[in-house]
Design a protein around this ligand. Sequence first.
Ligand code: SF4
Ligand code: SF4
Length: 217
Amino acid sequence: MDGATGFLAPDSSVAFECECCGVCCASGLEIFLNTVDMLKLRAHFKRPTRELIDKYLILEQRAEYGAYPLCLIRMGEGGCPFLDGRLCSVHPARPAGCRLFPVIHYHDASRGEVFAFAEDMDFCPGKRRTEERPLTDWLKENVFRDYEKAALFQKMMVPLSRRRAPDEVTRGLFETLFDFDSAADFPLAGVYDDGADAMAEVLEWTERRLKSILEKL
Ligand code: SF4
Ligand code: SF4
C-alpha cells in the first residue's frame, strides 16, 4: 500500500480482518452500487428496480463527476436500511463495496482502475489486525470476478465524469444501469433471477444499451 495516498498496487497486501461489529454499516458511510449489485438486490427482494430505488437507494449526479450516473444506498439515522442489529439482512446480495471494504475499487480518468485502502478507519476494530493477505486473494475471497462486467461499464463511463449530458441521456443511463424494470425492452421483466445465464443476458443487454448511448454523445 502507498501509505501517503491509500492506493494499493496490484502486488499489495491487505492487513485486515472484519470483526463483524456492524459499526461501519451504522456509520452512514457512502456505499455506491454497480449494475451487478442492483441485479443481485433485485433478485434478493424479488421486486422491481423502481420500488427498490424509491425505498432504499438514491440515483444522482454530482458536479465533481459530471454526467457520471451514481447509485448509492439511502442512509438513514441508523445508517444502512439493510442493517439488522449488527448484521446485514441482505448479506448474500450485499454490494461489492461492502464485500471488498475497506478495500475500495473504482475507475479514474487519470489513474485508470484503482484499488485503495479506506482512510479514516479509526472507528473500525478490524484494522488493528496485522495478518497480511495478497490483494489478489482478498479479491478472490470476495468474489470480485462476479463484478467484471460492472467494472467494464464503469470504465466505459469514465469520460462522462468530465462532461454534462442532456436529461434524456441521463434518464437512459440510469435506466440501463440500475432501473432495468422501467425499460420497455428489459429481457427479464417480471423474472427475478440472478443465476449465471440470467445475469449474462442482462449484462449483455446493459452493455449493448450503454454502448449505444455513449456512441451518440
Ligand atoms: S467497522 Fe470494521 S470490523 Fe466492524 S463490521 Fe465494519 S469493517 Fe468489520
Ligand atoms: S448492505 Fe449490508 S454490509 Fe452493506 S452497509 Fe448495508 S448492512 Fe452493511
